[in-house]
Design a protein around this ligand. Sequence first.
Ligand SMILES: Cc1cc2nc3c(=O)[nH]c(=O)nc-3n(C[C@H](O)[C@H](O)[C@H](O)COP(=O)(O)OP(=O)(O)OC[C@H]3O[C@@H](n4cnc5c(N)ncnc54)[C@H](O)[C@@H]3O)c2cc1C
Length: 1079
Amino acid sequence: MSGSNGSTPPLSAVTTLAPPSPFPITSAEPWSSTPLLQPSLPLPFNLTATKSKSATSLPTTAAHAIEALASSLSSHVFVYDDALGSGFGQESLTWGMEGKAAKGWEMQARPGAGLVLLGRLGSPLGGSTSAASQGGVLTAFVGPQGLGLMSQTLAQLPASGEGGKLVLQVPGLSPLPSGAFTPSLYSLTPALSGVPTDSENLAVILSSTPKESVALAAAAYSVKQHIVHVFDHSSARELTALPAPKPLGGDLSLATAFDRLGVKYFDYFGDACAEYVLVCLNTPLAHALKAFLAQTPRVGLLVIRVLRPWDEVTFLSALPNSARHLHVIDHVADTFDRGILYDDVLGTVLSGSGLTHSAVHKVGLLPEKLVEHTSRPAQLIARLYPALPAPASVHAQAQAQAKKLAFYTAPNSTLQETIAHTFLLSSSVSTRLLSAIDAFSHVGGVALHRMLLHRASEDLASVELPVDNLFPIEQDSADFVAVADASLLKTHAVLSSAHPDAQVLINTSWSAEELAASLPPATLAQVEAKHPHLYTFDLRKAADSLIALDAGKEEAQEELETVLQLVAFLRLYLVGAGGETAVDKVVRAIYGSFVAGVALPDVLKAAWGNLHEIVLPKYEPEEKKTNENPLKYFEFNTIAAASVPAAKPAPVPRVSSWHEAAKLLMFRESTLVPSTTDTTEQPTALRPETEERTYLVKCTVNRRLTPVTYDRNVFHLEFDSTGTGLKYAVGEALGIHGWNDEQEVADFCKWYGLDPDQVISVPLPEGSRGARHTRTIFQTLQQVVDLFGKPPKGFYAALALLAKDRPDAMALRFISSAEGASMFKKLSEFDTVTFADVLRMYPSAHPSIEQLVELVGFIKPRHYSIASSQAVVGNRVDLLVVTVDWATPSGPIRYGQCTRYLAALKEGQKVTVSIRPSVMKLPPSDRQPIIMAGLGTGAAPFRAFMQHRAWQKSHGIEVGPLIYYFGSRHRSKEYLYGEEIEAYLRDGVITHAGLAFSRDTNKKVYIQHKMQNDGKMLNTMLAGEDEGVFYLCGPTWPVPDVYEALVKSLVHHGEKKRTEAEEYLEALKEDERYVLEVY
Ligand SMILES: Cc1cc2nc3c(=O)[nH]c(=O)nc-3n(C[C@H](O)[C@H](O)[C@H](O)COP(=O)(O)OP(=O)(O)OC[C@H]3O[C@@H](n4cnc5c(N)ncnc54)[C@H](O)[C@@H]3O)c2cc1C
């Protein structure tokens, strides 16, 4: 093939590539095209339709299936924010909003949060107006953290059946303070602290594989009890073929349901005469341990699938009588935590069983260690049983059996899904695809998709091992590695995952020489050590050549690109099965004769012409440079919530109608991060009362810019918008949906006699088609109702009608009348009273909470100019804010509603935002001069302008002059973004600046003075051919002076009369060349 000189001939039909795959798919595959089940969108499994079809399966993820089950089998679905943060519940909310399934409600996981559910279940605590009280089923998606806060709810659940039924679907994943994730379930201990261990009213069941998660999630709706179903988060996100859950019937006992499913409360594995038994919750750790203990003498493993009610008799019967040492593996919060299992097991053993001579040992696993133990169970076993011979693992065998493919792509890639779908069409291969995102180690983030292919006939136990066990990221395990962005090879240890002789496909236009010259020594050393088979694929060139064939094909570019990559992949994968001919057959079987309107032979020709095998020149290690950056390793640190209700479906095989349905369902959620071209929306459920599209972003920086001793607090905020689809243009403003102060709300509730945890349903404004908010009173007053805003006259008039005491009624009527205008003015403008103040002033006017909500109205979002350019910062939005506060004549300090909220934001806190278009648009031509003038926070949009111009310059784009006038009081205290401005001046991004610090000298200098000095330049820019654009942003008060300065420059230097200069500026306004954004 290619010579050692690195030449890169195209592949030919006779090319010998890597050894053939052990079980390649072939064109002779019995493509499954019979629609075995007919799912009704948007749900993957229509239970009634599956009565007699036991062996049917559908490509999907367990997470999606669980949401679909919950939405179709519940009357209401509550989604707590910690579950949402783990990517669960978004679809349910969307379906509910679209009227396709149970209504969804967004909830906050905080102390007392679960009481809402209790209220809806019609318990004495919460009233009984709910649908659930008529026998409905409520589902809540809540993470382990939220579950830990629900002890009161779980302890007080009404008898199931009487007030409806509750199903908590709990994805087992929580964030660690480090930003990583843990599957620890330590919060089960506080959650179940008030639930008697033998209570039949609530069952806690655990599942650990995708298939089991769907089966148990469905069973939760067939049994009488309230259910807490904890399922494994990681495997639930795997895309794989899942059987439809068995319809079990209704109102069953848990035991009957489990019998019908063929699963047990407790599973025992290993030596039937074991002396040592590990006792473990049904989590991926159990599978990992099972793989080691299955063939190890003297040791066994007991896995708990039903934690409540704790069934002592069944537990004892599952244990071998030979057991002398029970090691109870508990998930614990810290070293003082007792865990949930140990007491149950100890109590059972001591309760007079035949095992009273057995010792029960506690093994507490801390949250941050759990992933490590699951990945390396052998270490845990060796630590527990040092005297026993090393356990025999089935890992090696299972690892060897699986074919392992790794795809490094941008987070929004769909390639891996298309490839997975291709395999999912095959009945002889079982396919698993697990995606993870590292948002931090690469600009724009990087996704690693691990795909495991097993023979469908293989032993299920090995197939069920966690992906992390079978396919560890950093070990030499991948048979095939695809790298969508060649620059990753410069920064990341991508080749660490490849085993020696693996196939590595790099998407690049570089030749072998160029690659060798640009790769860092560490990557070259890996190539030298592992001898991978390297292939380059010039996707861009291949796609362009097809588009050139037909000028109308631009729109289909994405589909063409995906298919081209699929073809390149199959060319390498199918080499043993016939090379190019086999690829032709497979792709034709899936896509037919045309791809996006292009004839298949043309697509294949374009692919073959741009796919090359390369050999890098021999690497001669030089002396290691000390400033060499080490290669980065991939970290799983981001789950972008599946917040996209209708993401653009990836191009996928078109075989049959049910596949079409399946792919639409599946791709929607498995696209973890919306694509950059995404035009879809986050649900308006975040703030359903607003018509604008809203996004939930995370505060990552809140930094005060002025000294703490200074009387003005100007601060810089950064929000991470990863995964939200938020897009903004330079100059646009961000709408912040701020909350009221927590303490003030609590004080008001107490004074007004309100139960903060009671749930109320608030109608949304007209035009919302009868939609309502359902939240606790506390949430409603904190997040929705403008209780501390400024009351209009009508509020006094409405209260007058409700006042019970005559003096109150008269005073209120007077203030709202024409005669009371000066009283109203005093209250409004001097005392600046709030709605809450007025209620306190006239306490006999005491509207009900529902009336109050209606009378006061909703908090309005405040807008802030965005201080960043998305081309530069990516998934980030920056703001520059000054706090608003003022003293009232009676003494207390008042705070602006939104700036108070923003100033108190902590890193990590989520904020609901929207985008508001703005007049502050960049001029149509990059060469037009830009003149920017701002005071204080008026600097915000100009920072975005400057960032953008700097970016343009760095990309070789020719830009016009940039003039910046900025004013504040003191240079040392309020030169906002001063260091950046100085750097831009130095680099020539800002061509001229007029900085006016009014209190630094005795002579007060303002921006208009600086502009007057520059009169000649301003006249040339504004009146000359270059068509300069003038912008003023910030407080309103300098507007007349700035206007005057511009008039003067036109009069003095442009020889215009004053009236002509004024008319000229008016005309500039019309042309959007004199732009004001003042507030
Ligand atoms: C397009 C645009 C861009 C903007 N960009 C920025 C920016 O980049 N940075 C920035 O800091 N700001 C910006 N603002 C201003 C911002 O939107 C807010 O107006 C400002 O932050 C104050 O909001 P707040 O909720 O804190 O104050 P509010 O609660 O809205 O109070 C604002 C004022 O209303 C009056 N008031 C409030 N309550 C009462 C009452 N009960 N009785 C009588 N009077 C009352 C007070 O005079 C108070 O000063 C921008 C505004 C617009 C329109």
